[in-house]
Design a binder for this molecule. Sequence first.
Ligand SMILES: *Cc1c(COP(=O)(O)O)cnc(C)c1O
Length: 476
Amino acid sequence: MAGGQTGVAELFAQAARHAAAFRAELPKRVQRPQQTYAQALATFDAPTPEAGTEAQVVLEDLVARATPGLHAMAGPRFFGWVIGNSHPMGVAADFLTSAWGQNAGNHTACPAGAACETVASRWLLDLLDLPREASVGLVTGATIANFVGLAAARSELLRRLGWDVEADGLFGAPPITVLIGEEAHITVFAALQFLGLGRARVTRIPVDGHGAMLPDAFADAMRTAEADPAVIVITQAGQINTGAFDPHEAITRAARKHKNVWVHVDGAFGLWARACPTRAALAKGVELADSWATDGHKWLQTPYDCGFAIVRDAEAHRRAMTIAASYLPPVAVGERDPSHFVPELSRRARGFAAWAMLRHLGRDGVAAMVERHCRYAAMLASLLRDEKGIAILNDVVLNQVIVRFGADLKPEAGDAATAETIAAIQREGSCFAGGAQWQGRTVMRLSVISGSMCENDVLRSAEAMIKAWRGVYAAA
Ligand SMILES: *Cc1c(COP(=O)(O)O)cnc(C)c1O
């Protein structure tokens, strides 16, 4: 077994060689998994190992078995979902994070992990231009960041009404009204579900054609909720399909008329528009909210997983998340225990990769990347739109593009043509894009967010998409 120092060095070098080879191969690789789940399962399937196996052998075997079932998510022509490219800088910091083996739950046990988070958090608030006094919890992603922000909201609104939800739970508590846009991300509903606020027990606010809340409809809902004891308003900065932003200034202005209100923003990727001077106006008024959720593993390109839960009222944040135990060291004034801002106690030192990415890109690098992606999205939309039968269904304000094939066909035929074209694009494999449902119709959703994408990738991908569509069109 690789127990000795040479063994460890060789094992780590072996892993690094495989990692580098994978990344080098990635742009040339077919941009989809070469196995289905069932095939991958068959590749891994084996009885429970009774005897151990030498580490270097296990590693070779892992690489051989995993590789066919990997997806080129970190590749330069990946447009599926909203996935950053696990930038090599972040990956290298993340290797070390694992190798250092730190439990970053508290600052006494791992001073560097906590300090790194503190500084990365400060940088983040500066780049996103959010209140500098806000507290930041480094979590697994925007789902949990939404959960944390809404937990702080629940805690603070009820505390103001004389109710300690952390101690006494929700049974018998004053009710909380939740207002949320009709096209909010599913994970926000999941967060409401985890918090006992209920995913169906909400008022859904009508939206415009891009999924942004209608300010008048919102103001009406606020008036209806006027006498309610507590109101949580959930907005969105960057709709998953269109990239649209809720009208934050109008919403916050209407919301603040209520005396016990909390505004939470889901900005998993869209919040990063604030780091880009040419796009920041889209997210104007976002800073007026009380809490924000965003991701590191989307636009910041950190490896999975990394999200940020940001709360203006640090005390409410901490109250909602603190795990009190006699054996945990106390925190002095000016010190920061990472676990006080997240649901977990034992946790990965996510600050190292986040710090490394922020430092590597810098303010200029982040701004240039966001701008580049938005420009590529517009370019892609314009190339596709020029082809007969292809329509772009959204105003491309950010990095998201909704594409419809067979735009001049009957709705059902257009659904079929779109699904067939997506399948043809995936089969061809020089880029990857997936389908989605938008306003009751099948569409292809493109998310331009890979840190390694360059203009040539955009041109090549547009060409492949158009070619796939022509094939489907000719066969119809
Ligand atoms: C991706 C996304 C989420 C969920 O984030 P995870 O990182 O997957 O947990 C929430 N909201 C929006 C708008 C998103 O794009």
